[in-house]
Design a protein around this ligand. Structure first.
Ligand code: F0G
Length: 451
């Protein structure tokens, strides 16, 4: 008896292969495109492998009160929808997922959208959404007997990979762009025991080099080109649908970097609809930083048919990516769901991040593009006040404390970047003040901050 029901289908030419036959770089031998996991048994309406939607909803809710490790994971709780392992007993879990969905009180008032929520994926064990994809792909690596796993990363993937590799007893190799990742993330890779190489290259260069390396040595590639990553990363879609009692929000807004996450969430909602768990899909919109916006340009030039890589620059280092691997998948998600793809400036990101912070929901800069993007979509009349919106916050605020401190000290943005937005920025800044160690001085500091 195997728990495994999957095969791989090429996103470009439709070729189908067995999971174990994938090449080390996860590219199609025929056309070079990426693969997607598919479950052939699901399409036979009355077949024994097609999940029963009513039974699953009940089972998944029951598992919430279970003390089994797999049931306590917000990814493996939904394991019937990711049967990628020969045995679920091989799963490597840190109890990822089950992240909170917060109502955004202030932003909802400011934007006139009553039903505005944030799904905070930064509340995962290593502090980012990557854990949901790492638990699934690392489990495959362990089941297939690899000793080494590797990724190129802007920081979060490496933190998650190093943690899960350590739990699985595997060695891990991390390639990161020198000087362009947040310290919090680098410290995690070190602490979890990865071999960490800082390269004089950007993220795209790191991934290209790693693609060569995995062809030369038996190392399992754990970037989101690995289709098993996306299987775990689709599960927040299930959590969101469950939280809305198996309805879905009208809009889901996601940051875009290498574009694995938007692809995965789209797949999750699509599969739920195909299996009759939900009746429709949300519009899924992808937001990029203006200095790292290849998908936005692609939509402007060819409605997502062609993509020209760009040289990427943004302080939201997590999404500093100019040649996103999963762009075709993400473009399809936006087109199929009727979402949008747009970009936001450095000042807009910084302001939105501080606004989320002021709600008690810190996040990292890359996550704040979602609120900045929502403001634009709302101003353009694309989102109505009676619609339900979920922003996906991808990383924890402590990942990049330097960014936050620089913002509050007023040293983050250049004059040019903040031009016209000085008042908005200054109203949000809460710099620490140095005062005498006396009650009078502290009370005076409180008074001068009032309002
Ligand atoms: N937000 C955060 C906090 C991220 O770390 C990333 C990607 C994204 C958004 C974008 O997601 O790539 O799936 O479109 N970080 C990767 C990394 C690239 O290496 O940690 P994406």
């Amino acid at each position: 008896m195997t728990d495994n029901l999957h095969q791989l289908r090429c996103f470009g030419c439709g070729a189908r292969i067995a999971g174990a036959d994938a090449l080390p770089d996860f590219r199609c031998a025929a056309c070079g495109d990426l693969f997607e996991v598919e479950y052939p048994g699901w399409s036979q309406r009355r077949g024994p492998d097609r999940p029963n939607s009513g039974a699953l909803k009940w089972l998944w809710r029951e598992r919430k009160s279970s003390s089994e490790a797999l049931d306590q994971s917000g990814v493996w709780r939904f394991r019937e929808l990711l049967p990628i392992l020969d045995s679920f007993g091989n799963a490597v879990t840190l109890r990822e997922g089950n992240t909170p969905l917060y109502h955004l009180h202030r932003a909802s008032k400011a934007l006139g959208i009553d039903q505005l929520f944030a799904k905070h994926q930064g509340m995962n064990p290593s502090g980012s959404f990557k854990d949901t994809g790492m638990t699934s792909a690392m489990s495959v690596a362990r089941e297939r007997g690899f000793e080494w796993v590797a990724c190129a990363s802007t920081g979060n993937t490496s933190a998650a990979m190093a943690a899960y590799a350590a739990r699985a007893g595997l060695r891990s190799l991390v390639l990161i762009p020198d000087g362009k990742i947040a310290w919090g993330k680098l410290s995690q890779a070190m602490d979890y025991g990865a071999v960490t190489c800082q390269l004089k290259a950007d993220f795209d260069g790191c991934l290209t080099l790693l693609t060569q390396i995995v062809k030369e040595a038996p190392i399992y590639l754990l970037n989101s080109v690995n289709p098993y990553r996306l299987e775990g990363q689709k599960t927040p879609a299930f959590e969101i649908a469950e939280a809305f009692d198996w309805d879905v929000p009208d809009h889901l807004i996601v940051p875009g970097g290498n574009l694995g996450n938007s692809s995965a969430l789209g797949k999750g909602f699509r599969e739920m609809r195909e299996l009759g768990l939900v009746a429709r899909m949300p519009r899924i919109s992808v937001i990029q930083a203006a200095g790292a916006n290849p998908l936005v340009r692609s939509f402007a030039a060819s409605h997502g048919a062609e993509l020209e890589p760009v040289e990427a620059h943004t302080r939201a280092t997590a999404i500093r990516i100019g040649n996103p691997a999963s762009w075709r998948k993400a473009a399809r998600v936006i087109q199929d769901t009727g979402g949008w793809c747009l970009d936001v400036t450095e000042a807009e990101i910084a302001i939105s991040k501080a606004e989320l912070g002021a709600e008690g929901l810190g996040c990292e800069p890359a996550s704040a593009v979602t609120l900045a993007g929502l403001k634009k979509l709302r101003a353009e009349g694309k989102i109505r006040s009676n619609e339900t919106v979920v922003l996906v916050l991808t990383g924890h605020t402590l990942k990049d404390a330097d960014y936050t401190i620089d913002f509050h000290r007023g040293t983050l943005l250049t004059e040019e970047e903040s031009a016209g937005k000085e008042a908005e920025i200054n109203a949000l800044r809460r710099n620490a003040v140095v005062v005498d160690a006396s009650a009078a001085a502290v009370l005076s500091a409180m008074r001068s901050s009032a309002g």
